[in-house]
Ligand binder design. Structure first.
Ligand code: HEM
Length: 415
C-alpha cells in the first residue's frame, strides 16, 4: 500500500496538483473487502483525503469528514447514485433536495413509533423460534439458521406476506436483490435475467395482494402506506417499488449486523458473560457492534460542485467513496478503535449514515438485534465457534457468509 506521498502527477479525469494523498487502497479488492482493517489503519495514518487513480475515486475516511460530506448534499450528492456506477432514478436513496424530501415522506409513515410497537411481538417470536433451531443444531451455520431468515421473515411479516407464501417470497426476493450487484459479463447477464424474473414474480404477487384489498387498514407497511394514501397519490407500482426498496435496504444489512454480533460474542466469552449478567448493556452493545463491524462499509457520492476538505479541493463531477467502516474506526473519534468496548456508547457512529439520508429502518434493525441478544442472554449460557468465520468479499456490504457456532442452552437464567 502506498499512502505516504502527496500527489503532484496528472490524474485520470482532470489535471493538476490537489494535495490529496495517492493510495492503492482498493475497496473492490475481495481480500481487502473481507478484511479491511489494515487498510483503514493505513488511511488514518496518512492524509485527510486520498485518491485512487486506478479507480478514479476520492476517499474520505475520517468520521468528521464523512459526516460533513453526508450533510453537504449541495456539493456531494446522492442524485447520481450511491454506487460506483452512476445512475438516476425516482428513488429515495438516489435523490436529493425536494425530490428526496417528497420520496422520504412517502416511506416514513411505514416506520412510525406505533408501527414499530406493533411489530415487537412478531420480532420476539421469530428470535425465540430461530434460536430454538440453533440450540437444536450444535455447530450449525448461523447465517443459514438465523442471520438470513430473521430479517427476511420480519420483512415478509411487516409487508403482510402470510406464512404460507414465505418460501416463494424468499426465493423471489433473493433473486430480485441481486439486481444491485450487476456486472456487465455473461455471468452477470444470467444473474440479471434471474433477478428480473424474481422481480416480475414479486410484482405480480404484490399487485395481487393489493388488488385483493385486505391489506388496507392492516398493521403492515403497505397497509399503513395505503392509509396515508387516501388521495391516491401513490400508484400500485410505486407501492411495489417501496416494497422492493425495503427488501434491498433491510435484509443483507441486518443479516450483517446479526452475523457480526454472533461472531464477536462467540470469540469473546468474557464479553458475552458481561452482557449476560448485565442485560441493561444490550442497547449499548448493539451500538458498539454497529460501529465495530459496520454492515455497510462504504457508499459513493458524486461532487456537483468543487468540494473543499481541509486544504484539498475535490473537483466538481468526481466520484467520492465515503468509508463508513473506516470512519467508525477513526482513532481521532474513538479511543482504541479496533477494540470492541461494550460500554463505549459510540453515539457518533455512521453505521446508519447521517443527515438527510439517515437510515429509515434503523429502529427496526435495532429492534431485531435487541430481540436476538435478549433471547440469547436469557437462554444461552455460552456461544462457541465451531469453525472459522467466512466474511463476504462484497466491496460495500460486509458480514459473515458462513458462521458455524454452537449455542449451549442455559440451565437457569442469569441472576
Ligand atoms: C443494520 C441494518 C441496517 C444498516 C446498517 C443500514 C444502513 C443504512 C445506511 C448507511 C443508509 C444511508 C444511505 C446513504 O446515505 O446513502 C440507509 C438508508 C436507508 N435504509 Fe437502512 N440500514 C439498515 C437496515 C434497514 C432496514 C431494516 C430498512 C427497512 C426495512 C432500511 C431502510 C432504509 C431506507 C429506506 C434508506 C434510505 C433513506 C434515504 O435515502 O433517505 N434500512 N441505511
Amino acid at each position: 500500500m502506498n499512502v505516504g506521498a502527496a500527489v503532484h502527477t496528472r490524474r485520470r479525469g482532470y489535471r493538476g496538483w490537489t494535495g490529496a494523498v495517492n493510495t492503492d487502497y482498493d475497496p473492490l479488492d475481495p481480500a481487502t473487502a473481507a478484511q479491511p482493517y489494515d487498510a483503514y489503519r493505513a488511511l488514518h495514518s496518512g492524509g485527510r483525503v486520498h485518491y485512487n487513480p486506478r479507480r478514479a475515486t476520492w476517499i474520505l475516511h475520517r468520521l468528521d469528514d464523512v459526516r460533513a460530506a453526508l450533510r453537504d448534499t449541495d456539493y456531494v450528492t446522492s442524485s447520481q447514485g450511491v454506487t460506483r456506477v452512476r445512475m438516476a432514478a425516482d428513488l429515495v436513496v438516489v435523490t436529493d433536495g425536494e425530490q428526496h424530501s417528497r420520496l422520504r415522506k412517502q416511506v416514513q409513515p411505514a416506520f412510525t413509533k406505533r408501527a414499530l410497537d406493533s411489530w415487537h411481538g412478531i420480532v420476539d417470536k421469530l428470535a425465540a423460534e430461530l434460536i430454538d433451531t440453533m440450540i437444536a443444531h450444535p455447530g450449525g451455520d448461523a447465517v443459514q439458521q438465523l442471520t438470513i431468515p430473521m430479517p427476511l421473515r420480519v420483512i415478509a411479516a411487516i409487508l403482510g406476506v402470510p406464512d404460507t407464501d414465505v418460501a416463494d417470497f424468499r426465493r423471489w426476493s433473493e433473486r430480485s436483490v441481486q439486481l444491485i450487484d450487476f456486472a456487465p459479463t455473461p455471468k452477470g447477464m444470467v444473474k440479471v435475467a434471474k433477478s428480473m424474473s424474481g422481480a416480475i414474480a414479486l410484482r405480480r404477487y404484490f399487485l395481487q395482494q393489493l388488488g385483493a384489498g385486505h391489506l388496507k387498514g392492516s398493521d403492515t407497511v403497505l397497509g399503513r402506506l395505503l392509509e396515508h394514501n387516501a388521495d391516491g397519490a401513490l400508484t400500485d407500482d410505486q407501492l411495489f417499488f417501496i416494497a422492493i426498496l425495503l427488501l434491498i435496504a433491510g435484509n443483507e444489512t441486518t443479516t450483517n449486523l446479526l452475523g457480526g454480533m454472533l461472531d464477536t460474542l462467540a470469540r469473546d466469552p468474557e464479553l458475552y458473560n458481561t452482557i449476560r449478567t448485565n442485560p441493561e448493556l444490550i442497547p449499548m452493545a448493539i451500538e458498539e457492534q454497529l460501529r465495530y463491524t459496520t454492515p455497510i462499509q462504504n457508499l459513493y457520492r458524486y461532487t456537483c460542485a468543487d468540494y473543499r476538505v481541509g486544504t484539498v479541493t475535490i473537483p466538481k463531477g468526481e466520484r467520492v467513496l465515503l468509508s463508513f467502516g473506516a470512519a467508525n474506526r477513526d482513532p481521532a473519534a474513538f479511543d482504541d478503535p479496533d477494540t470492541y468496548r461494550v460500554d463505549r456508547n459510540p453515539r457518533m457512529h455512521v453505521a446508519f449514515g447521517y443527515g438527510a439520508h439517515m437510515c429509515l429502518g434503523a429502529p427496526l434493525a435495532r429492534l431485531e438485534a435487541h430481540a436476538v441478544l435478549r433471547e440469547l442472554v436469557n437462554r444461552v449460557s455460552r456461544i462457541s465457534p465451531a469453525g472459522p468465520t467466512h466474511w463476504s468479499t462484497n466491496s460495500s456490504l460486509r458480514g459473515p457468509t458462513h458462521l458455524p457456532i454452537t449455542l449451549e442452552a442455559a440451565q437457569t437464567t442469569p441472576s
